[in-house]
Design a protein around this ligand. Structure first.
Ligand SMILES: [Zn+2]
Length: 540
């Protein structure tokens, strides 16, 4: 008999569970509004994540408000998070527990202790009482008609300390109707090998139990730990966008998703709710979270970072022009990212050509203006400019060399004052005020404005009145600002990188160099305005 093995080979369904809105919200400096939570939940739904955990209803006003109006998720199940009922109280007499149970969610995830040490020291209750609390709480969730998940907190530490008790805890949850038992590496210190062994042992002991993994990144291995658990039989992975989470973060879904879909052995063994088509929205989701947090994206983040597909060096670039697989492990488009060819002083002609193509500038390789531009780039890099990460200034420089940049305006002069004084209330304040005189079409414009510091004041004054161009600049704002003192040529100079963003969320970086920090900043600001006008097609 001929066996059609490929017809019988089915991929295992793997479920993805996002905790950005709960664990991610626990992060220092993170404070999601209800609108933020809604936007993140919808982006996760578009990606195809199976479970979106909304937070802990009743624990804080934002989470309570978020649960009051359920986000319109198309496919994802909406989960509420909470704790097993308090010791010494009945399920019906614990208001915190009731708030979780009452939330309009499809699933309820309850965290409970599974480490004897935690039961003895943190809860200070008899161990048997903890088991009862787990069982009664999970049963109450099931009675409400909700899907029940149990997060076994500190499971791997608990298993190392007292395996029988740790197993009793998850068995109590499973026997009471938990559809998923999620093994948590709460302190984030477990090694992938250990997690693989422990999950295998749990799986052997309870073959019917559906297991999940919730890993923290305290040894930079949360992704490896999650994949190890998967290989050992776990079928649910929990994580967050960009690995957001307290301390060193959670398992990073932005790394896990493309790895599962694009890498073997996972791609042919597992099926997820995320399709190859939906994976292309990953970089957008990652950047949206950065935008909400007002953070610059992590440059070197795998798959989604701005540098994940950036190439520097003449040798790499010339090979890249022939076939991108020479220096890329997956195509950037597969995760919705972009390729970047960096210009550097080691750059050859091929590098420059590739970088020009990247900026959308079409030029013949034999064009004599190319040699001049290359010379110009090298000269400026010698003076301290860098175009790695200042793609907008590079584009401007290149288009100027090709005669494509009109003289939109000229700056006649500027002045900034920084004054520290006592205000009318007697408080010590520092005030920055800038005046800028520009000329547009021969007409003079004079603007004065204040700001948080001299650069902000200059930026405000410069954009305040640029005549017919003012309309183009209304949505332009400063997103990030970096200063470096370096030795260029023979003297110390200041290099300023300014990141600007427009109303569509598009970010672009410009650079300025001078022996004066305000001057360098001003140069980068003017570049940003020029680029905005150029990209928006402003008429000169
Ligand atoms: Zn966690």
């Amino acid at each position: 008999m001929v066996e059609l093995w490929w017809l019988t080979m089915t991929r295992d369904r793997l479920f993805l569970y996002d905790v950005t809105l709960r664990d991610g919200a626990q992060t220092q400096g993170v404070d999601f509004s209800v609108e933020d939570k809604r936007a993140i939940a919808l982006a996760l739904d578009v990606l195809g994540i199976d479970y979106v955990e909304g937070g802990w209803p009743g624990a804080n006003p934002a989470d309570t408000a978020f649960f009051a109006e359920r986000p319109p998720l198309a496919t994802a199940r909406f989960a509420a998070f909470g704790m097993t009922k308090r010791a010494g109280r009945s399920v019906g007499n614990d208001p915190g527990f009731a708030a979780v149970l009452d939330a309009p969610a499809d699933a309820v995830t309850l965290v409970g202790k599974s480490w004897d040490f935690q039961v003895d020291v943190a809860l200070e209750i008899p161990r048997a009482e903890n088991l009862d609390s787990i069982a009664e709480s999970i049963a109450a969730v099931k009675q409400r008609g909700r899907e029940a998940l149990f997060d076994a907190e500190h499971f791997f530490d608990g298993y190392a300390s007292n395996p029988d008790y740790a197993l009793d805890c998850i068995k109590a949850a499973h026997d009471s109707g938990a559809g998923w038992v999620v093994l948590c590496d709460t302190n984030g210190g477990s090694m992938p090998e250990t997690v693989h062994r422990v999950v295998s042992e749990v799986k052997a002991k309870f073959p019917e139990m559906a297991l999940g993994i919730h890993a923290h990144n305290d040894t930079e291995q949360a992704v490896a730990v999650s994949l190890a658990a998967l290989r050992a039989g776990a079928r649910q992975i929990q994580g967050t966008l960009n690995g957001l989470g307290e301390r060193c973060g959670n398992a990073n879904l932005c790394t896990i998703l493309p790895t599962l879909l694009l890498k073997e052995p996972y791609a042919s063994q597992f099926e997820t709710g995320v399709s190859l088509e939906r994976l292309k929205t990953l970089t957008r989701a990652s950047r949206m979270l950065d935008e909400i947090l007002n953070r610059a994206p992590a440059r070197h983040a795998a798959y989604v970072g701005p540098s994940a597909f950036a190439h520097k060096g003449g040798l790499h670039s010339s090979a890249m022009l022939k076939d991108t697989r020479t220096y890329e492990h997956v195509p950037p488009e597969s995760v919705g990212n972009r390729r970047k060819i960096l210009v550097s002083d080691q750059a050859g002609r091929s590098n420059l050509l590739a970088r020009l193509a990247e900026a959308g500038i079409d030029i013949d390789a034999k064009d004599p203006r190319l040699a001049k531009l290359l010379e110009n780039v090298k000269q400026r890099e010698y003076l301290g400019y860098t175009y790695d990460g200042a793609e907008a200034s590079f584009e401007l420089l290149a288009r100027k060399a090709l005669g494509e940049v009109p003289d939109y305006f000229e700056v006649d002069s500027f002045r900034v004052i920084v004054e520290r004084r006592h205000n009318a209330l007697g408080n010590l304040v520092t005030v920055s005020e800038a005046t800028v005189r520009v000329r547009v079409d021969g007409e003079s414009f004079y603007s004065v404005d204040t700001g948080h510091g001299p650069v902000d004041a200059l930026s405000n004054a410069l954009r305040k009145d640029l005549g017919k161009y003012s309309g183009y600049l209304a949505d332009l704002s400063l997103a990030d600002y970096k200063v470096r003192i370096l030795t260029a040529g023979t003297e110390a100079v200041t290099r300023v990188m300014v990141e600007s963003k427009d109303g569509t969320g598009t970010r672009f970086s410009t650079v300025g160099v001078s022996d004066n920090i305000v001057d360098a900043s001003f140069e980068a600001l003017v570049d940003a305005i020029y680029l905005k006008l150029l990209r928006d097609g402003a008429e000169a």
